[in-house]
Design a protein around this ligand. Structure first.
Ligand code: ADP
Ligand code: 5GP
Length: 207
């Protein structure tokens, strides 16, 4: 039997650099799979169905919700966002490490169900840097940006519910920190029971 993969939850204010860090991480750690969420928000320029999100109407989302198809979901900035359950569970069973890039409401739902998940909070070095990044990304209207900035401080107050905090100032350093966290987590005794048994058997059969 394969050891189950890590369920990794990454949160942080919009514009903190979660998406950027996750795509860099995947280049470095090929065993990582990004869970594609479902959302009712409109696609941004350049976003693709099934790559960035599964884009659905509110009615479609609510139907799947009623069927219990989500591992977690939340209403963020007036839109639904959710993690389709079946795919994530299959990947974990295959021993893949799965990243959920989700908001804090969803993260806490996952924490209740998966206490052995790895919960990482990404923060920008300051609110003004966050503002610059959101403006620089150029994907959101000013009223959307303002809404996201005003939520950032209240969300930060809940960061203590995560296992790790990573300040995303210099990108490479932030990516290395997250990679180190994941490498250490993968080495935990509690996650390697099968491996330990195998090693133990080898030692016992050696002359
Ligand atoms: P999130 O996924 O958290 O909403 P993004 O990954 O989209 O944030 O990053 C927001 C913007 O900030 C993007 O334009 C991205 O290129 C930029 N960015 C991310 N990390 C850094 C960094 N360490 N230094 C400078 N710019 C960054
Ligand atoms: P954006 O609209 O910028 O892509 O995402 C807005 C917020 O929704 C971000 O904080 C992001 O982490 C969160 N989010 C994206 N997908 C999900 C999801 O499946 N579940 C939850 N709970 N939040 C999500």
């Amino acid at each position: 039997m394969k050891e189950r993969g890590l369920l990794i939850v990454i949160s942080g204010p919009s514009g903190a650099g979660k998406g950027t860090i996750c795509s860099e991480l995947r280049k470095e750690m090929p065993n990582l799979v990004y869970s594609v969420s479902m959302t009712t928000r409109d696609p941004r320029v350049g976003e693709k169905e099934g790559i960035n999100y599964f884009f659905r109407t509110k009615e479609q989302f609510e139907e799947l919700l009623a069927q219990g198809d989500f591992l977690e979901y939340a209403k963020v900035y007036d839109n639904y966002y959710g993690t389709p359950k079946a795919h994530v569970m299959d990947l974990l069973d295959e021993g893949k490490h799965v990243i959920l890039e989700i908001d804090i409401q969803g993260a806490m739902q996952v924490k209740d169900a998966f206490s052995d998940g790895v919960f990482i909070y990404i923060v920008p070095p300051s609110l003004s840097v966050l503002s610059n990044r959101l403006n620089g990304r150029g994907t959101d209207a000013q009223d959307v940006i303002n809404k996201r900035l005003s939520l950032a401080s209240s969300e930060l107050a809940l960061a203590h519910r995560y296992d790790y905090i990573v300040v995303n100032d210099i990108l490479d350093e932030a990516v290395e920190k997250v990679a180190s966290i994941l490498r250490a987590e993968a080495c935990k005794i509690s996650r390697n029971k099968e491996k330990i048994q195998d090693i133990y058997k080898q030692y016992m059969t050696k002359e």
